[in-house]
Design a protein. Structure first.
Lengths: 470, 390
């Protein structure tokens, strides 16, 4: 029995493609690079899907119309997006959830600490790993063959048509193929090459942590770009990148390593100086820029400093903060220059103009006469005990990918392939040139995974008909 | 293994009057610190929402949360930090280990708490003693275990007053021991769960959650996990059959007691009398439920729960099964020469069951009910935390 559709990858986009192809009647083989315990790629770390909706919908309150979603995307990407592809993703997000439910995904109201996205994001009950488990169960019921520990090293392409994939010396043929094998964020060497050396002589990416899977080595992405000359999109230094606890593991730290107290205090760099407005906007709207901000600091490290007033006002971090009874003691414990640290803190404290503190609104507590300013939630850090959390850049996924269109076809010299498609992180750069907004990665993966699966099944079945008629 | 350093620290803390966590409690606290920073599992059960009301986990919090956990397994299969991840989060297992410890800690009298620890042995000895007692009594009264004067009915073998004299103290002891045990638990966890008294709506909600076994439905109604990441309602259903079967059998006995003392109607009762009806339906239900639980327990993902408690779980299930099977056999074999032997086996099993009730798996229902009641109280109080992103 031959394979109609070969799906390379084992996360959300790959599973959506496999499920759609199987539903269309194709014989599907899915190759997951990771062992079963680590299956699902970065999808296993996700928790929700950003969804357009014009009226309240089960777990989603109010409305989140297409235009507002589009404006949000336009804003976070600074215009580095493709309106056609973005709107396609947005519209797909409004209709995909019944299909997801059919395959066993359960939705739930937003988690505590995440009510700010109750309107825009539908949460998976149990998170992304529960979603991935449900999809694998459903895929197996539909007869999709799944192979774990099956990293694809290269593929054969002839005249823009997929021929076969190679896994550990084995040649696997199929009539069509979907590439959904993730970005290259886990590949330290590639990150190093992309980020290069900075003016201080540092290799910044050496200090990055990877929030997700260790299996996204970008082997196929590089192979497609370099060996097959597939059309590319995006800049290799652009990624979904947040500031996370510096003590997080090198890979798979996931959601719990985030530090959510930035807007309640100040952040200093290794030289004990502030470098950005910590209160610019609500943290959920700013968390995605802090990874890059910290990446630009010496040693790619920052220190979020809070006092007792902030405790209980932010999501509890996974590791306890460094605790001290005085600010000088905190500086010592964090290994920061005490004199500079005290100067920074004293200047900041003196500059605070306290109005009515309200961390649920853009309040009027701000600084005057200090650079950078803190424009909201600025209160003096003066109440012991004091806490410090070291921050490092945490990469979620990279945006360099394959250029594609609304059919999800891989393109060579601007000509779309008949039978090779791409979905998920490998093409998210078509929508996300930079920046991020919560849950949109899953919206892209689901939309294009489903398109790629449908298109691949179509291509394979047409090919089958052609063979039968020949 | 605790390190010397940890032991020294604990000794010093103890000397200062501080509360020291045991190793399993420390493990729960460690895992909940991770869970509290993630919270993906909030929709599955009552435990995670209760966790989010806390930033730190003291001994009483841990005991409360451990007994609130139903060991449904959903959070393990959904966990991005489950082994082989280095965070090694396995909440069902960590909670089960502490739960087992709380049964021992709160047992009354405390010295008998150790009966939990070698529960397989406890149950076996209790059963052997129960069987020996009634077989010898039957032999003494009947002269033989096969045939004899069984036409005279049960009471010809064992006079009613003898049975009451044997069972009433054991039953009352079980009620007293369980009651005092759960009272100690209640007193410890109440201050950690707002300290507020039980309101009628809280009691109603907890009753509903206990009687429906709400938290074995997975939060989405498709059930909990057993062998793997697929959901199943089998565990909830088998529990229901067992629970209601047990209650019906108990009701049969209670009604029969009323018949005996109030109306002077002596056993045996036959269909369609109320005691027989209750007993027959209850016995069959208990038989099916325990058979199901036994099978599910053997198929259970080994990562769920605490392997050390498996003998306790299986022993209790087997004893309930034996009780219902022997009760039904007694009914069917009542006119046969096997009556004396069947009656002795049934009474021996029932005696072993009640004698070990306060020191075995039965306790999980009592402690979990108490935890659900405290949870229903606590969730009605305002949350003292105001996490920033809300």
């Amino acid at each position: 029995m031959g394979t109609d559709v070969l799906v390379i990858g084992g996360g959300n986009a790959a599973l959506c493609a496999a499920l759609m192809a199987a539903e269309a009647g194709a014989r599907v083989l899915l190759l997951e690079a990771a062992p079963r315990d680590w299956r699902g790629g970065n999808s296993a770390h996700t928790r929700n899907l950003r969804c357009m909706h014009d009226a309240p919908q089960d777990v989603l309150v109010d409305a989140y119309p297409e235009e507002e979603f589009w404006q949000d995307l336009l804003k976070v990407t600074g215009g580095l997006t493709d309106e056609h592809m973005a709107r396609l993703t947005i519209r797909a997000s409004s209709t995909c959830r019944n299909w997801m439910r059919k395959h066993g995904v359960h939705f739930q109201p937003p988690l505590s600490g995440a009510l700010h996205v109750a309107r825009t994001n539908a949460f998976f009950m149990g998170g992304g790993k529960a979603l991935v488990n449900a999809y694998y169960r459903s895929a197996e019921k539909l007869g999709v063959q799944v192979r774990y520990d099956a990293p694809v090293e290269r593929i054969e392409i002839e005249d823009g048509r997929f021929q076969a994939a190679w896994v550990r010396g084995e040649r696997i043929t199929a009539r069509a193929c979907v590439l959904a094998a993730g970005g290259f964020e886990s590949n330290r060497d590639w990150l190093r090459a992309a980020w290069g050396q900075n003016a201080r002589g540092e290799w910044p990416s050496d200090n990055f942590l990877i929030r997700g899977t260790r299996f996204n080595q970008g082997v196929l992405l590089r192979h497609l770009l370099d060996d097959h000359g597939a059309d590319r999109i995006g800049d290799p230094t652009q990624a979904h990148m947040v500031a996370i606890d510096a003590r997080a593991p090198l890979y798979d730290g996931g959601i719990c390593t985030r530090i959510d107290c930035v807007s309640l205090g100040v952040v200093v760099n290794r030289e004990a100086r502030r470098f950005y407005d910590e209160g610019e906007d609500f943290w959920p709207k700013r968390y995605a820029i802090w990874g890059r901000l910290v990446a630009q600091q010496p040693g790619q490290i920052g220190y979020s400093i809070i006092d007792a007033k902030a405790v209980g006002r932010f999501m509890p971090p996974v590791f306890p903060g460094v605790k001290a009874d005085s600010l000088p003691e905190l500086a010592q414990k964090l290994g920061l220059d005490e004199a500079t640290f005290m100067q920074t803190l004293n200047n900041y404290n003196a500059a605070c103009r306290i109005g009515t503190f309200d961390h649920t609104a853009l309040d009027d507590c701000h600084t005057e006469g200090v650079t950078p300013a803190k424009t909201h939630w600025a209160r003096p850090i003066d109440t012991a005990p004091f806490y410090g959390y070291a921050l490092k850049p945490g990469v979620t996924f990279t945006y360099l990918g394959l250029k594609t269109d609304e059919t999800a076809a891989v393109r060579f010299g601007d000509v779309p392939s008949d039978n090779l498609f791409v979905a998920g992180e490998m093409m998210a750069g078509n929508v996300l040139g930079k920046g991020y907004t919560a849950g949109v990665g899953m919206s892209i993966g689901t939309a294009f995974g489903r398109i790629a699966g449908t298109q691949a099944a179509q291509a394979a079945l047409n090919e089958g008909v052609r063979h039968a008629n020949a | 293994m605790q390190t010397l350093e940890a032991l020294t620290r604990d000794a010093r803390a103890l000397a200062n009057g501080a509360v020291v966590l045991t190793a399993p409690e420390t493990e729960v606290a460690r895992q909940l610190q991770i869970c509290n920073a993630c919270r993906y599992c909030e929709g599955f059960c009552a435990m995670f929402p209760a966790m989010t009301r806390r930033l730190e986990f003291g001994k009483a919090d841990i005991h409360f949360l451990a007994n609130l956990c139903h060991n449904c397994g959903a959070c393990l299969h959904a966990c991005q930090y489950a082994p082989p991840h280095e965070f090694a989060v396995n909440v069902p297992q960590a909670m089960a280990t502490v739960r087992g410890q709380t049964y021992v800690d709160y047992a009354w009298p405390p010295a008998l708490g150790r009966l939990y620890q070698r529960n397989g042995l406890t149950l076996s000895l209790a059963l052997a003693a129960g069987l020996a007692l009634f077989l010898l009594l039957a032999l003494a009264a009947n002269g033989t275990l096969w045939g004899g004067q069984s036409e005279g009915g049960f009471y010809a073998l064992f006079p009613h007053n003898l049975l009451v004299g044997l069972f009433a103290p054991v039953f009352l002891w079980a009620v007293l021991a369980l009651g005092l045990g759960v009272r100690r638990f209640w007193r410890e966890v109440t201050p950690a769960t707002t300290g507020q008294p039980v309101s009628a709506p809280a009691a109603a909600e907890a009753t509903h959650d206990v009687l429906r076994l709400k938290y074995l439905d997975g939060g989405h109604g498709e059930g909990c996990n057993n062998a793997d990441d697929a959901f199943t309602l089998a565990r909830q259903r088998a529990h229901h059959l067992t629970f209601y079967g047990f209650l019906l059998c108990f009701a049969a006995t209670s009604v029969a007691t009323v018949y005996h003392y109030v109306f002077g109607w002596s056993a045996p009762y036959d269909l369609p009398s109320l005691p027989k009806l209750l007993g027959a339906v209850g016995g069959v239900s208990l038989l099916l439920g325990t058979a199901g639980l036994f099978k599910l327990n053997l198929q259970r993902d080994p990562q769920h729960g605490d392997a050390a408690q498996k003998p306790m779980d299986l022993g209790f299930i087997a004893l309930l099964f034996l009780t219902s099977a022997s009760g039904l056999a007694l009914w069917l074999g009542r006119g046969t020469p096997a009556l004396a032997a069947l009656l002795a086996v049934h009474l021996g099993a029932v005696m072993a069951l009640f004698a070990t009730l306060p020191y075995g798996k039965f306790a999980h229902g009592i402690f979990r009910t108490a935890a659900l009641l405290r949870h229903a109280v606590e969730k009605r109080q305002p949350n003292t935390l105001a996490l920033g992103s809300d």
